[in-house]
Design a protein around this ligand. Structure first.
Ligand SMILES: Cc1ncc(COP(=O)(O)O)c(C=O)c1O
Length: 388
């Protein structure tokens, strides 16, 4: 253990050099280098600060332009976006949804909001994303088709209603293969692309492979509007429905209040959308700078003999959160201790979802890669840094 300490101190010094920064270096802080003030003041001056306004419409159009999706619906955050996307994919109380154990808690929470249960499956070690092999193995080994042709869990008798892969830290998972597997079983894919705006896989934006996809614009993401999210889909009917249920299911009328469903107050306020529009103008430049930082890290960690997580084949990652893989749990803990004591913020990857008390009874597969990664992966400072 002690043998590592010198290397970790060297890493701290090199990270400080890259960031050109004394004092505390956070994991990820936002950069407001563009039209943020101008657009937010403009929204205030317009008096349209709430859920109606030109910036919300512009934000949605920008998301379509950037991602190539036909439709985008702005929401208050990524969790709300995922909740609605799952409902629109048909997830209902009593259903089950396949997802990865190695994810941020919001993925599992959104499934639970629908009254459904998560089935936590393993990830690929090289992508950190849901393994198509794990999904296929579960479908082959643990499900049957019922009399109505639905795929049901043999053990619980519950329908498998959807599959939610997540692109961990911005690195695309093997989403094309996963969609192909799920298509064969007639299971809709809802992509949790909360972390991966701007990342492509085989030349296509993450979030646009599934029936629906979602993004987050939380303060810690590559681009932010404080709190915000978006649903994307190529299905016009689903897009209309998404807009309707996220705006309290109000039937359009000049003065009357009529609501035809139990809707949600999930629409992104114009004030946040103004900030989002300014940030989206810088997305491409931010991704370039994050990729430059990842290149610096790759060089540094190769020199000191620590594994740095890089984009998988076929992917162009936004490198939202950079990560290293330490040799074992002890080395990880020592790395966390040395770096945080030196005011360079680092953080272990999430606990597996099935280890959290509210999801402890959910079904799992062997989770071999997830457990291996959980013990070793640590995130390191990843804010956009100027190149010069
Ligand atoms: C994988 C994942 N899913 C969902 C979310 C939820 O997004 P939000 O914080 O905007 O609700 C986040 C981020 O916070 C996330 O990292």
């Amino acid at each position: 253990m002690i043998a590592h300490a010198g290397v970790y101190t060297e890493i701290v010094a090199r990270i400080r050099e890259i960031f050109g920064q004394e004092g505390f270096i956070p994991l990820h802080e936002p950069r407001f280098w563009g039209n943020e003030r101008k657009y937010v003041l403009d929204a205030i001056d317009s008096t349209f600060v709430s859920s109606v306004g030109e910036y919300v419409n512009r934000f949605e159009a920008e998301i379509c332009a950037i991602t190539g999706a036909s439709h985008a619906i702005a929401t208050v955050n990524g969790t709300a976006a995922l909740h609605i996307a799952l409902r629109l994919a048909g997830v209902a109380p009593g259903d089950e949804v396949l997802t990865q154990a190695l994810t941020f808690v919001a993925t599992a929470n959104a499934i639970q909001y629908c009254g459904a249960e998560s089935v936590f499956l393993d990830v690929d070690r090289n992508t950190l994303g849901l393994s198509p092999v794990s999904v296929e193995a579960f479908l082959e080994g643990s499900t049957i088709r019922d009399a109505r042709g639905r795929v049901v869990n043999r053990r619980t008798g519950r329908r498998i209603a959807a599959c939610v892969p997540m692109h961990t830290f911005g690195h695309p998972g093997r989403i094309d293969v996963l969609v192909e597997v799920c298509d064969r079983w007639g299971i809709p894919v809802v992509e949790d692309a909360a972390e991966s705006i701007g990342s492509t896989y085989v030349g296509r934006m993450t979030g646009t492979f599934g029936r629906l996809g979602i993004y987050s614009f939380n303060g810690n993401k590559t681009v932010t509007c404080g709190g915000g999210g978006a649903i994307v889909t190529d299905d016009e009917a689903l897009a209309k429905r998404a807009k309707h249920v996220t705006t309290t299911a109000k039937v359009p009328h000049a003065w009357e209040f009529r609501h035809d469903d139990v809707g949600y107050n999930y629409r992104l306020p114009n004030l946040n959308a103004a900030l989002a529009c300014a940030q989206l103008e810088q997305l491409a430049a931010f991704v370039e700078r994050k990729r430059w930082l990842a290149g610096e890290y790759a060089r540094l960690f190769a020199e000191v003999g620590v594994t740095f997580v890089t984009e998988p084949p076929g992917a162009r990652s936004n490198y939202w959160l950079n990560a290293v893989i330490l040799p074992d749990r002890d080395a990880r803990d020592e790395f966390l201790r040395v770096t945080n004591a030196a005011q360079v913020m680092t953080r272990p990857i999430w606990r597996l979802m099935n280890e959290l008390p509210m999801y402890a009874d959910c079904e799992i597969d062997g989770l071999e890669n997830s457990r291996w990664l959980e013990e070793r992966v640590v995130n390191i400072p990843s804010s956009v840094v100027p190149k010069e």
